[in-house]
Design a protein around this ligand. Sequence first.
Ligand code: SF4
Length: 340
Amino acid sequence: MPIKILSNYSDKNSKLTKQGHGIVQWRAGSNQEEIKASCNDANCLFLKGGAFMNPVDGTIIPGKKIVTIPGTSMSDPIYNDSKGNQLMKVDSCFAISGTPYLASYRMQDDPRLKGIEGLKRARGAVVGNASTVMSKEELEEVDTTIRQSLKHHILYDHAWRKNPWVLDHAVASCNHIADIRAAISMGASVCSVVLPQNIIDQYRGKKVEGFHMTQCPENVSPKINCINCGGKSGPLCDAKTRSNLVIMFQQHGGNSWKRQKKAIMGNIAKNATPDEPTTGDKSRDKRKRKIRVSMTLEKLQKAIKQGDRQTIVTIAENAMQRVSKATAKKYRKFLEVTCE
Ligand code: SF4
């Protein structure tokens, strides 16, 4: 029986590698159907996302019963149940709805796979869940083979309840705190959980069952990613060489406030950037406008970071001139300004 994985080498994935360094990565499943099935079989909450969940015990609350305080440029949205407990909106999976999945169909033999010196780390199941697509023995073989030539193998799995044997090789991907407690009791050495930033801030530095809770360093520093995380001690998400850790990831999928905020900011920057007289060269005009919009965006981001109200108000006023009353009202709320 062939082992169902798709493997390649990448130096293009900014989450995993930095310039000039590459990582070996593999997908759980040898084609898109198998990858999708591995996530279905793991009953992964992120496949669809969008549900409102208590981050402590995992209870799902119907959308109709949610009290929402909308997010702004300064703060994440807050969701509460009728008793005032803070909830989170479950994110959707970036990998299964993004390039890691889409690129699977055109993966070919890459000559670089035949041997590159100096490789030290591999990232498994970039998309999909290993334990629902291969057996314990097969995963053991993959893990051992990788570790014969590479020092570290980063792997996550959502189906650890169903297939606890996977915890010998993989970080337990958890949905909430109760999940983390269960994974630890079942033998996890490292757990991960995806949370909104305002909930990560409440848990950073705390412990669950003696496991230290920390945010993925890639989330907080542009200089760190999986290729250099942890330095000589190796990446935090190598379940074989690390222990007693809970890695918290900021939500980054389609339902995350991070993405929604980015989209609103981009929109404001677009509308706040005045049109310039045309030069007659359409593509040149387009390029120039793109640069001007990104400059406005940069200015807005900097102003928000530094609390420079005057610049925020000026950008807001410019943007509001070009949009409908309803959109202007949204911008005002988002930027927390009162100008017209
Ligand atoms: S904690 Fe380290 S190894 Fe884990 S995802 Fe973040 S950068 Fe990669």
